[in-house]
Design a protein around this ligand. Structure first.
Ligand SMILES: [Zn+2]
Length: 361
């Protein structure tokens, strides 16, 4: 019944070599975000960024700005400004062809085309900051461009004595459908995301673009690969070392507090992985229970939470599809993990994360 006092500045670890207060950075303006990206490139060592990635970061920053609202790439097809890197299909006169085609960019060996995915930093050193980091990321997506993704995710791998790896990602968003041309553009985007996860094991497991059992608002099928977990799972889980433990979280954009937030509000944005993601996690040797904690509000046990579409609809309600989950476990955290002291407490003093005061004893 007693609830720990909540403040707007929960004791989260600071990011980027101690330079960034994640709870404060949550509400940065687009201008402030862009200044930050310049600062990181100008003074990489200050922000704990290796010199060897600076040239890629410069390219990354250019691409993010280009695909931000009012950027050149965002406006490149003025009738349908959007956050997707694209070209007009030369064959678009043909009614059977999509009007727009993807213009792929490559980072870290993976194809990207969306500014929301590019925003994710590739690596970091901090423990126990994934939630505020993902909140910041999700809110920044909304600053970068309209039609921000509904769901954001962070997946990280931990190994004793090693720095943790993590990756951020968002559900498919940032696009506009050219008028009177059906949903071919969305299909191209969905197919490209499905192709990100496609490999031998996915094929063997019988997972196909069509095999989804999840439907979004309006009854459209939501294919594998659509979810916020896609890039994070590909980057962190797919080729993880057996000695690594892989964890993940996802949160819903519609639950984001408007400006500042406290830790209870942060926890309330959490949601469970949908049945598609659970299948991918299992297929790649992950443990679904590592993606679920009992901090997740019960009300979020709804599949995909409209991960299927970024197009603002009249009622962005849930799809109504209920997920049954195999197990409910509390994810170990530095505050309560007693079994693996070395692994989780590696770098920094564990911050006292306020407990979710909803009476779990
Ligand atoms: Zn999912």
């Amino acid at each position: 019944m007693s609830t720990a006092p909540m403040t707007s500045s929960a004791p989260y670890l600071r990011a980027y070599n101690g330079q960034v207060n994640l709870a404060k950075a949550y509400s940065w303006s687009l201008t402030r975000i862009q200044i930050f990206m310049i600062e990181v490139i100008d003074k990489p060592s200050t922000y704990g960024v290796g010199r060897h990635v600076v040239s890629e970061l410069k390219r990354l920053r250019t691409d993010i700005v280009d695909l931000s609202e009012n950027g050149g790439g965002y406006q490149s097809e003025p009738s349908y400004p959007q956050a997707i890197s694209r070209i007009v299909n030369p064959a678009a006169a043909n009614e059977d062809e999509s009007y727009l085609l993807l213009d792929i960019m490559t980072y870290g060996g993976l194809p990207y085309w969306n500014s929301f995915d590019l925003l994710a930093p590739e690596s970091a050193t901090q423990d126990n900051f994934y939630l505020p980091l993902t909140l910041m990321y999700s809110n920044w997506c909304g600053k970068i461009a309209p039609m921000a993704p509904w769901v954001s995710s962070c997946v990280w791998a931990e190994e004793k004595g090693k720095q943790s790896r993590f990756h951020l990602g968002a559900s498919l968003g940032g696009y506009r459908n050219p008028e009177n041309r059906g949903n071919r553009w969305v299909k191209i985007l969905q197919r490209a995301r499905f192709n990100l996860i496609r490999d031998q094991r996915i094929d063997t497991a019988g997972i196909t673009f069509e095999s989804t059992n999840i439907k979004g608002r309006g009854g459209n099928a939501i294919p594998f690969g659509n979810c916020a977990e896609t890039y994070p799972l590909v980057n962190i889980l797919r080729n993880h070392d057996p000695s690594e433990e892989v964890y993940g979280l996802a949160l819903m954009r519609r639950k984001l507090p408007e400006h500042a937030y406290n830790h209870l509000q942060a926890l309330n944005t959490l949601m469970k992985p949908c049945i598609n993601c659970q299948e991918v996690i299992t297929t790649w040797g992950g443990k679904v229970e590592k993606f679920i904690t009992d901090d997740i509000p019960d009300s979020s046990s709804i599949a995909s939470e409209a991960q299927g579409s970024a197009t603002p609809g009249p009622s962005p309600g849930p799809s109504g599809l209920k997920v049954t989950l195999p197990i409910h476990t509390k994810r170990p955290s530095p505050a309560d993990d007693t079994t693996e002291p070395a692994a989780k407490r590696a770098k920094k003093r564990a911050p006292q994360i306020p407990k979710n005061g909803k009476g779990k004893e």
